[in-house]
Write a protein that binds this ligand. Sequence first.
Ligand code: APR
Length: 240
Amino acid sequence: MSRQRIVVLTGAGISAESGIRTFRDGDGLWEEHRIEDVATPQAWHADPMFVWRFYQARRRQMLEVEPNPAHEALADLAERHEELTLITQNVDDLHERAGNTSTIHMHGRLKTLRCERSGQTEVRMEEGDLKDEFLTCTCCAVAQRLRPDIVWFGEMPMHMEDIYAAVEECDTFLVVGSSGHVYPAAGLVNVANAAGAKTILVNLEAPVNADAFTEVHLGKAGEILPGVLKHLSEEDMQPE
Ligand code: APR
């Protein structure tokens, strides 16, 4: 078991080969919608039922997709590296289903819903939880409406203290499938560089922040990530 401290940050690109569409490829729309119409607090206040139905469709879709070889390669890596922190911008549960059970979700999760009054979250993935009608919480005396447990544009990402602590201490920082447009996630590579870490990128095409990485591998994550991780592990096993 290696003691090298590795931090991995994944984005929508890692789930693309599982059949979940990314946000910024092609037509710039997310599942036929402008991001600001479905993924902002303003959209939720203006038309909560529209936003609710959009996320209920995403939650139902999550049950139909499977982890791909990129998720599986990261689960294998976690078995070989005690000191691995996996951070994802994704709201799906494909890392967990591949075996990375302690994944940090900085932009929230689809499988949980959040009480609008107390802020408590509940896993709500039973058949009756996936319909188009609003759901109410089990935490308040007078049940309140639940909202998607998602970090929308203009809201604070989750777990940032833990994330910065891990990146500031890491030896290797690897980003997989992210366009580098959304901060603070896109700026973590600079934190890793400042910490003297090796910074590696695996992405279909060069993202806006590609220059910040010391090593760039372009291609589909499911096809090239297993090889990149194998190489990383072999390098780590070499004597100093
Ligand atoms: N393998 C690797 N990379 C891929 C693949 C693939 N099979 N398919 C697409 N990509 C790359 C694209 O080239 C793109 O650079 O993945 C990236 C996906 O970028 P975005 O769609 O912008 O996703 P992401 O960076 O995760 O978005 C960040 O924005 O809308 C918000 O909160 C949402 O978490 C999301 C955040």
